[in-house]
Design a protein around this ligand. Structure first.
Ligand SMILES: [Ca+2]
Ligand SMILES: [Ca+2]
Length: 259
Protein backbone atom coordinates (compact mmCIF):
# COMPACT_ATOMS: atom_id res chain seq x y z
CA UNK A 1 0.00 0.00 0.00
CA UNK A 2 2.79 2.42 0.78
CA UNK A 3 4.33 1.93 -2.61
CA UNK A 4 1.07 2.74 -4.35
CA UNK A 5 0.65 5.92 -2.45
CA UNK A 6 4.13 7.07 -3.26
CA UNK A 7 3.47 6.71 -6.94
CA UNK A 8 0.41 8.87 -6.77
CA UNK A 9 2.42 11.54 -5.04
CA UNK A 10 4.95 11.61 -7.82
CA UNK A 11 2.18 12.10 -10.37
CA UNK A 12 0.88 15.06 -8.42
CA UNK A 13 4.26 16.73 -8.47
CA UNK A 14 4.55 16.33 -12.15
CA UNK A 15 1.20 18.00 -12.80
CA UNK A 16 2.04 20.88 -10.58
CA UNK A 17 5.16 21.56 -12.54
CA UNK A 18 3.29 21.65 -15.80
CA UNK A 19 0.67 23.95 -14.27
CA UNK A 20 3.23 26.72 -14.34
CA UNK A 21 2.86 26.99 -18.10
CA UNK A 22 1.12 30.02 -19.62
CA UNK A 23 -2.66 30.10 -19.42
CA UNK A 24 -4.70 29.46 -22.47
CA UNK A 25 -2.59 26.59 -23.23
CA UNK A 26 -5.44 24.13 -23.49
CA UNK A 27 -3.67 21.67 -21.53
CA UNK A 28 -5.48 19.51 -19.11
CA UNK A 29 -2.74 20.27 -16.78
CA UNK A 30 -3.69 23.96 -16.92
CA UNK A 31 -7.30 23.13 -16.18
CA UNK A 32 -6.01 21.54 -13.17
CA UNK A 33 -4.29 24.84 -12.62
CA UNK A 34 -7.75 26.22 -11.91
CA UNK A 35 -7.06 24.82 -8.67
CA UNK A 36 -4.81 27.84 -8.24
CA UNK A 37 -7.18 30.30 -9.91
CA UNK A 38 -9.79 29.32 -7.53
CA UNK A 39 -7.34 30.21 -4.90
CA UNK A 40 -7.00 33.98 -5.65
CA UNK A 41 -10.67 34.80 -6.13
CA UNK A 42 -11.71 33.50 -2.83
CA UNK A 43 -9.57 35.85 -0.82
CA UNK A 44 -10.98 38.76 -2.91
CA UNK A 45 -14.49 37.63 -2.62
CA UNK A 46 -13.43 37.28 0.88
CA UNK A 47 -14.25 40.97 1.43
CA UNK A 48 -17.69 39.62 1.48
CA UNK A 49 -16.44 38.50 4.71
CA UNK A 50 -16.36 42.20 5.58
CA UNK A 51 -19.83 42.59 4.24
CA UNK A 52 -20.60 39.96 6.61
CA UNK A 53 -19.37 42.67 8.79
CA UNK A 54 -23.06 43.24 8.52
CA UNK A 55 -22.68 41.09 11.40
CA UNK A 56 -21.72 44.32 13.12
CA UNK A 57 -24.76 45.97 11.70
CA UNK A 58 -26.47 43.22 13.35
CA UNK A 59 -24.87 45.02 16.11
CA UNK A 60 -28.30 46.51 15.73
CA UNK A 61 -28.69 43.91 18.21
CA UNK A 62 -27.35 46.58 20.51
CA UNK A 63 -29.90 48.98 19.16
CA UNK A 64 -32.23 46.36 20.18
CA UNK A 65 -30.69 47.45 23.31
CA UNK A 66 -33.76 49.56 22.83
CA UNK A 67 -34.82 46.76 24.89
CA UNK A 68 -33.37 48.94 27.61
CA UNK A 69 -35.53 51.76 26.41
CA UNK A 70 -38.20 49.34 27.02
CA UNK A 71 -36.68 49.85 30.32
CA UNK A 72 -39.42 52.41 30.06
CA UNK A 73 -40.89 49.56 31.79
CA UNK A 74 -39.14 51.10 34.74
CA UNK A 75 -40.77 54.37 33.97
CA UNK A 76 -43.86 52.41 34.18
CA UNK A 77 -42.35 51.98 37.50
CA UNK A 78 -44.13 55.26 37.78
CA UNK A 79 -46.59 52.84 38.95
CA UNK A 80 -44.39 52.60 41.97
CA UNK A 81 -44.02 56.33 42.07
CA UNK A 82 -47.71 56.32 42.02
CA UNK A 83 -46.82 54.65 45.17
CA UNK A 84 -46.70 58.33 45.95
CA UNK A 85 -50.19 57.46 46.61
CA UNK A 86 -48.78 56.30 49.89
CA UNK A 87 -46.80 59.46 50.26
CA UNK A 88 -49.92 61.23 49.31
CA UNK A 89 -50.89 59.48 52.40
CA UNK A 90 -49.56 62.82 53.50
CA UNK A 91 -52.92 63.81 52.32
CA UNK A 92 -54.09 62.20 55.47
CA UNK A 93 -51.43 63.92 57.47
CA UNK A 94 -52.02 67.15 55.67
CA UNK A 95 -55.62 66.48 56.13
CA UNK A 96 -55.64 70.24 56.35
CA UNK A 97 -53.64 73.35 55.85
CA UNK A 98 -52.87 74.25 59.46
CA UNK A 99 -53.87 77.64 60.70
CA UNK A 100 -52.86 79.57 63.78
CA UNK A 101 -55.52 80.87 66.08
CA UNK A 102 -55.02 83.39 68.83
CA UNK A 103 -56.75 81.94 71.85
CA UNK A 104 -56.50 84.91 74.14
CA UNK A 105 -59.01 87.72 74.04
CA UNK A 106 -57.50 91.10 74.66
CA UNK A 107 -54.05 89.66 75.36
CA UNK A 108 -52.56 93.12 75.16
CA UNK A 109 -55.07 94.48 77.70
CA UNK A 110 -55.79 97.44 75.47
CA UNK A 111 -59.50 96.71 75.80
CA UNK A 112 -58.99 96.90 79.54
CA UNK A 113 -60.84 94.09 81.29
CA UNK A 114 -62.57 92.64 78.23
CA UNK A 115 -62.11 88.89 78.16
CA UNK A 116 -60.46 88.70 81.59
CA UNK A 117 -61.76 87.57 84.93
CA UNK A 118 -60.16 89.07 87.99
CA UNK A 119 -59.89 87.69 91.47
CA UNK A 120 -58.04 90.58 93.03
CA UNK A 121 -57.17 90.99 96.64
CA UNK A 122 -57.44 94.71 96.37
CA UNK A 123 -56.94 96.97 93.42
CA UNK A 124 -57.74 96.61 89.73
CA UNK A 125 -55.41 94.14 88.05
CA UNK A 126 -55.48 95.73 84.63
CA UNK A 127 -54.11 99.23 84.73
CA UNK A 128 -52.14 101.87 82.98
CA UNK A 129 -49.45 101.70 85.64
CA UNK A 130 -46.60 100.35 83.56
CA UNK A 131 -47.65 98.79 80.25
CA UNK A 132 -45.05 97.22 78.02
CA UNK A 133 -46.96 98.52 75.02
CA UNK A 134 -50.08 100.58 74.53
CA UNK A 135 -52.01 102.02 77.43
CA UNK A 136 -52.85 99.02 79.59
CA UNK A 137 -51.12 96.05 81.10
CA UNK A 138 -51.62 93.58 83.94
CA UNK A 139 -50.36 94.44 87.39
CA UNK A 140 -50.38 91.81 90.10
CA UNK A 141 -48.95 91.86 93.60
CA UNK A 142 -47.68 95.03 95.22
CA UNK A 143 -48.98 94.10 98.67
CA UNK A 144 -47.36 94.39 102.06
CA UNK A 145 -49.64 91.77 103.50
CA UNK A 146 -50.36 88.17 102.66
CA UNK A 147 -52.46 88.32 99.54
CA UNK A 148 -53.10 86.70 96.17
CA UNK A 149 -54.25 88.00 92.82
CA UNK A 150 -55.48 86.12 89.81
CA UNK A 151 -56.32 87.17 86.31
CA UNK A 152 -57.61 84.50 83.97
CA UNK A 153 -59.64 83.55 80.96
CA UNK A 154 -60.96 80.16 79.98
CA UNK A 155 -59.95 79.14 76.52
CA UNK A 156 -61.11 76.40 74.19
CA UNK A 157 -58.07 74.69 72.73
CA UNK A 158 -59.03 73.49 69.24
CA UNK A 159 -59.17 69.75 68.72
CA UNK A 160 -56.15 68.52 66.86
CA UNK A 161 -53.99 71.36 68.11
CA UNK A 162 -50.39 70.46 67.36
CA UNK A 163 -48.72 73.49 68.88
CA UNK A 164 -49.68 75.87 71.66
CA UNK A 165 -47.24 78.70 72.10
CA UNK A 166 -47.35 81.51 74.62
CA UNK A 167 -45.41 84.71 74.20
CA UNK A 168 -45.43 87.85 76.31
CA UNK A 169 -43.49 90.29 78.42
CA UNK A 170 -42.91 90.48 82.13
CA UNK A 171 -41.39 93.00 84.48
CA UNK A 172 -40.63 92.58 88.17
CA UNK A 173 -39.91 95.32 90.65
CA UNK A 174 -39.48 94.67 94.37
CA UNK A 175 -38.82 96.26 97.71
CA UNK A 176 -37.49 92.97 98.99
CA UNK A 177 -33.76 93.06 99.65
CA UNK A 178 -33.04 89.37 99.95
CA UNK A 179 -31.00 87.73 97.26
CA UNK A 180 -31.92 84.22 98.23
CA UNK A 181 -35.54 83.99 99.38
CA UNK A 182 -38.53 84.08 97.08
CA UNK A 183 -41.14 85.74 99.26
CA UNK A 184 -43.38 87.10 96.54
CA UNK A 185 -44.19 85.03 93.47
CA UNK A 186 -46.17 85.12 90.28
CA UNK A 187 -46.98 82.48 87.67
CA UNK A 188 -48.27 82.22 84.16
CA UNK A 189 -49.87 78.85 83.62
CA UNK A 190 -52.57 76.63 82.23
CA UNK A 191 -54.94 75.05 84.73
CA UNK A 192 -58.15 73.11 84.75
CA UNK A 193 -61.37 74.98 85.26
CA UNK A 194 -61.17 73.88 88.88
CA UNK A 195 -57.75 75.48 89.28
CA UNK A 196 -55.53 72.43 89.16
CA UNK A 197 -52.32 73.53 87.51
CA UNK A 198 -51.64 71.70 84.26
CA UNK A 199 -48.42 73.38 83.19
CA UNK A 200 -46.55 76.46 84.34
CA UNK A 201 -45.06 78.56 81.58
CA UNK A 202 -43.34 81.20 83.66
CA UNK A 203 -42.44 81.71 87.31
CA UNK A 204 -41.09 85.01 88.55
CA UNK A 205 -40.36 86.13 92.12
CA UNK A 206 -38.83 89.00 94.01
CA UNK A 207 -35.53 87.45 92.86
CA UNK A 208 -36.48 87.98 89.22
CA UNK A 209 -36.08 91.74 89.14
CA UNK A 210 -35.24 93.20 85.77
CA UNK A 211 -34.68 96.85 84.91
CA UNK A 212 -37.16 96.66 82.04
CA UNK A 213 -39.66 94.31 80.46
CA UNK A 214 -38.23 91.03 79.22
CA UNK A 215 -39.94 88.79 76.70
CA UNK A 216 -40.77 85.18 77.38
CA UNK A 217 -42.05 82.33 75.28
CA UNK A 218 -43.29 78.91 76.19
CA UNK A 219 -44.62 75.98 74.21
CA UNK A 220 -47.23 74.01 76.12
CA UNK A 221 -47.67 70.27 75.79
CA UNK A 222 -50.81 69.81 73.72
CA UNK A 223 -51.73 66.15 74.08
CA UNK A 224 -53.78 66.61 77.24
CA UNK A 225 -55.34 69.94 76.38
CA UNK A 226 -56.21 69.77 72.68
CA UNK A 227 -59.95 69.72 72.27
CA UNK A 228 -60.59 70.82 75.84
CA UNK A 229 -61.33 74.08 77.62
CA UNK A 230 -58.64 75.14 80.05
CA UNK A 231 -57.86 78.15 82.16
CA UNK A 232 -55.06 80.48 81.16
CA UNK A 233 -54.05 82.38 84.25
CA UNK A 234 -51.71 84.89 85.78
CA UNK A 235 -51.58 84.70 89.54
CA UNK A 236 -49.45 85.99 92.35
CA UNK A 237 -48.86 85.56 96.06
CA UNK A 238 -47.33 88.13 98.34
CA UNK A 239 -45.99 87.85 101.84
CA UNK A 240 -46.55 90.31 104.66
CA UNK A 241 -43.86 92.82 103.89
CA UNK A 242 -41.87 94.53 101.17
CA UNK A 243 -44.09 94.61 98.15
CA UNK A 244 -43.20 93.23 94.76
CA UNK A 245 -44.83 94.40 91.55
CA UNK A 246 -45.47 91.86 88.80
CA UNK A 247 -46.31 93.35 85.45
CA UNK A 248 -47.35 91.45 82.33
CA UNK A 249 -48.33 92.67 78.90
CA UNK A 250 -48.68 91.83 75.22
CA UNK A 251 -49.67 88.23 75.83
CA UNK A 252 -50.40 85.85 72.99
CA UNK A 253 -51.34 82.21 73.06
CA UNK A 254 -51.43 80.72 69.59
CA UNK A 255 -52.73 77.30 68.71
CA UNK A 256 -51.70 75.62 65.48
CA UNK A 257 -54.43 73.33 64.24
CA UNK A 258 -56.66 72.32 61.37
CA UNK A 259 -59.30 74.93 60.62
CA1 LIG B 1 -50.75 96.66 76.55
CA1 LIG C 1 -42.97 90.75 99.92
Amino acid sequence: MRKVAFVLALVGCAKGGVGQLAQGDANETIIDGKVYLDAPPEPRDGPHVFNDAHVFNDAHVFNDAHVFNDAHVFNDAHVFQDAHVYQDAHVFMDACTPVQTELLVNGDFESNTTGWHEIQFDSELISSQAPQAGTYGAWLGSYTQIATDELYQDIAVPAGTTSLVLTGYSLVYTKETTTSNAYDKAYVSLATLTETTLETALTVTNLSVTPAYVSFTHSFAVAAVAGTTVRFKLNSSSDSSNYTNFFFDTLSLKATHCP
